[in-house]
Write a protein that binds this ligand. Structure first.
Ligand SMILES: [Zn+2]
Length: 331
């Protein structure tokens, strides 16, 4: 008896929801039918490219340097110009070699009144050394791809928010001091020596009870012929989100970028999403270029070749259009 009532009610609900789910079903009368579809904006790769150039023009964005300070205030004003309310989280962290780093995590909140939220993030600092280079290994790098590209793509997405508001509220975080991990050839007993900015943020939450639906990290997304395998921690913590983003990329025609290879336990990539998952408990993934066959990052990685010459607008478009599609299709 109880069961039957339940089934009957369930039937009613199904009928009702079927109706709602098909607003564009033709009707027999002549009344016009309203079709509600969210159109995703077109991500502009030229604009993203320019935002990378702007960052590189500040020089290396190494904590405690002049270029770092100047770029921080530029990022803050850019986010504000696109309508974000910004929070600058300043702090001091200690690097593997004892250096005290003055860091700034730059947070831009779009539609902060909305309770349904998505987090997008990238690191904005650059590596203080070119420790994989054979020349000038002790000098800092441009970091066009490693640092610049993720931020450039997110700034263009932020610009799109200022033109058309998505259903969800979005927070963009530019984390500092991701790339100050132990230099090659130097010994260090420090655990968790990378991602110092996101670790600081995780341990000192600037927004109380912050519970976005999920997080997406963009790191090294601008190189020519970038390949984004399904990264290990991403799949471990947020498999559904990985599938959703990769399926979206492939549906949009970017299968060469969003490849189906899954990185294994032995190919773990320590990046900011790891600490966002562990410390803040936000299911988060990393879109990061990595060659799964050679089991390494591109040859430019942590060398002086990481400059504007390796940035390709097609890669920026592939990742930017995919992420923006995922955001605007959230209902
Ligand atoms: Zn790096």
């Amino acid at each position: 008896m109880g069961k039957r009532i339940t089934l009957f009610l369930l039937g009613l609900i199904l009928v009702a929801s079927c109706k709602d789910a098909n607003p564009d079903t033709p009707k027999t009368d002549d009344k016009p039918v309203k079709i509600v579809r969210v159109i995703t904006p077109q991500f502009n790769q030229d604009s993203a490219y320019q935002y990378i150039q702007n960052q590189v023009d500040f020089g290396p964005r190494v904590p405690n340097s002049k270029g770092h300070l100047a770029c921080a205030s530029w990022l803050n004003s850019k986010l504000q110009s696109f309508g974000a309310e910004t929070i600058i989280q300043k702090g001091e962290v200690t690097a593997f070699n004892g250096d005290k780093l003055n860091i700034q995590n730059i947070i831009g909140q779009f539609s902060p009144e909305k309770t349904q939220r998505i987090l997008l993030f990238a690191h904005w600092d650059t590596r203080p050394v070119a420790d994989k280079d054979i020349k000038d290994a002790d000098k800092p790098i441009d970091g066009a791809n490693d640092g610049g590209s993720g931020v450039g793509v997110l700034l263009e997405i932020a610009r799109q928010f200022s033109l058309k508001e998505p259903n969800y509220g979005v927070d963009i975080i530019f984390f500092d001091a991701e790339d100050y991990g132990t230099f090659r050839g130097r010994s260090s007993s420090m655990k968790d020596d990378w991602c110092l900015g996101s670790q600081y943020w995780g341990k000192n939450p600037p927004i109380p009870n912050y519970r976005p639906k999920y997080g997406i990290l963009l790191d090294m997304v601008g190189e020519k012929n970038a390949q984004f395998p399904k990264e290990y921690f991403s799949t471990y913590f947020a498999k559904n989100l990985v599938d959703k983003v990769w399926n979206t990329g492939r549906r949009l025609g970017y299968s060469n970028y969003f490849i189906s290879t899954e990185l294994g336990y032995n190919q773990q990539i320590t990046d900011d999403h790891r600490y966002v998952n562990i410390l803040a408990n936000i299911p988060s993934i990393d879109i990061i270029s990595y060659d799964p066959n050679q089991n390494k990052f591109g040859d430019y990685h942590h060398t002086h070749a990481d400059n504007m010459d390796i940035i390709d607008k097609n890669s920026l478009k592939a990742v930017g259009q995919t992420v923006i599609e995922v955001i605007y299709q959230e209902k």
